[in-house]
Design a protein around this ligand. Sequence first.
Ligand code: C2E
Ligand code: CA
Ligand code: CA
Ligand code: CA
Length: 287
Amino acid sequence: AKAAGKRQWSRYQPQLQAGLVERHELNESLDTAIAESAFALYYQPIVDLASGDLVAFEALVRWPHERRGMVLPEDFIALAEESGQIVPLGAWVLERAVTEATAWQKLSGDRRTAGGRLPLRVSVNVSARQFRDAGFVDTVRRVVESSGIRPGTLILELTESVLMRRDERVRTDMRTLRDLGVRIAIDDFGTGYSSLSYLREFPISVLKIDKSFIDGLGLSEQQYALVEGITRIADTLGVQVIAEGIENDAQRQLLAAMGCPLGQGYLFARPLTVEQAGALVQGDADL
Ligand code: C2E
Ligand code: CA
Ligand code: CA
Ligand code: CA
């Protein structure tokens, strides 16, 4: 898995903000890609920091484009959000990730249960626009029911921008999702108008501490204290913490020492192809 992860994607120049023509062109080819489900999902391992065990995968979308190469989400997600194309694209991502995860759970389920561990989880990014769409909760329900996935193994990653709105719809939808058994994570915690009160106000199960905090861990006392404090409070509230963007072993050790349970980052693995992820699940490859 490590060697495969070394591969670097060719980036095209993200000048799409500049040209209307190019924007239009990109929207059109996004439409085609959505119609043809011409996207690829990559899966980044989330590991137990104490044991090193694989506990989950975060699904990350890419767009293999004939002229542009492998287009990364930062170059089309914002555009798809603006146009609303994120709604069908996001539904595809959810369906695909859940289908894959259900298959992996079947492969690894017995072995993991025998070891007393939870079944493999899958974490899916949901943009604010997608969450606000009137059909979102129904899409989640349909995907959960048709796949037969154990709902508790599905995590939906929302950013703080969703919670900031504090409107009744957000609350109702989050309650419905909780009643379905699906878990909700706050993604990129610390980058927006973060408030630990979200953890009290909303049914949040997981908090993902943004990479920018992890970067600073070994650099200053304050940064360490901040991450430790967040981890402690989350733990007290029964919220599980995932540290994002762990790149070196010093960071891993500091996090494990402060009791942060889970982490992800290039130190463990880059986002993997579905085949590479499957090999990990089956034990044909190691982290
Ligand atoms: P994110 O949700 O914060 O995902 C983590 C990003 O950090 C991923 O970039 C991942 O490849 C990268 N990463 C993971 N570990 C490390 C590390 O150790 N070092 C560094 N430098 N980077 C690391 P990616 O795949 O390019 O995704 C970027 C963003 O695009 C995601 O940030 C997420 O906000 C969005 N995104 C990706 N897939 C989807 C999707 O299916 N739907 C939606 N709505 N957004 C998505
Ligand atoms: Ca995420
Ligand atoms: Ca994140
Ligand atoms: Ca991010």
